[in-house]
Design a protein around this ligand. Sequence first.
Ligand SMILES: Cc1ncc(COP(=O)(O)O)c(C=O)c1O
Length: 306
Amino acid sequence: MNFSSLPIVLPSPLQHLSSPSFSKNGVNIWVKRDDLIHPDISGNKWRKLKYNLLRAIDEGAKTIITFGGAFSNHLVATASICHELNMRSVGLVRGEIDEKNPTIQFCRSKGMSLLAIPRGQYRDKMSCDNTLQMISAFSHPFVIPEGGTNDDALKGVGEIWEELEKQLDEIDYIFVASGTGGTAAGLLKYCTTAVKVISIPVLKGNFMYDAIMRWNHPEKRDQLICMEGYHFGGYAKSDAVLEQFMDEFQKESSVPLDYVYTGKAMYALMDLIDKNYFPKGVKIVFLHTGGLQGNKGKAYLDEKKK
Ligand SMILES: Cc1ncc(COP(=O)(O)O)c(C=O)c1O
């Protein structure tokens, strides 16, 4: 199977942030626009799903089953790519399914079957009887873990380096937002230079460094930096400071950000530049991991709260 018929933009563009406010303190920044790969299969989702789906097809799978929260970018991308490939998709959703939620509506519009997993069972979903029964009800299922992180995902992420090598010489730092850490793990695993991978965890806790190193050889440990402290209160939490930053950033760069992942990571990058963290003259690539559909989810929740 090849994906050549998919409307996918590759290599994703590399955009230089040329305005003086981005080049202060002597740094040079480019944004690797993986958000432009496809409107719905964007960012790290294409990278993580590609080899999973090739494996599924190779193994004769008929149904792709995966997991996610009610506003999951991963469910959206899986629903969309399965629709394009004419494959059946099933999303096992954490908690109740709200039919007015735009993410749920999108997944349904792409033909994804959605089943709710009670919150109490979600943590142990891969071993719990209820989930195993749900999965076994489908013929030839292929299960992709939540967030899509596995060896196949890391391999897909690694392809970013092949593109970057042709787009820019010698990068000093690559910046990425981290949830499970899979994207950062793939960048670290497949880099062949001394580039430093800076991961910005978007949730509380200091587990990210170990989560990323679990996928990597110990000799890579000095190339990984996890910057805690930019989670803005935790997963999917935001505040007026972050939202104002995102608005201003978009106006100046024309790069849209999402408030769950890329907004926090870009805020971290700008903050570190302000604090003179980077030596003069360095080249930094910010990996735009997509996720813009999440902003619709936030607008929906904000409206619901009124
Ligand atoms: C838009 C976006 N960026 C970044 C991430 C974090 O990726 P990872 O879980 O590989 O750390 C995710 C999570 O899936 C995401 O949806």
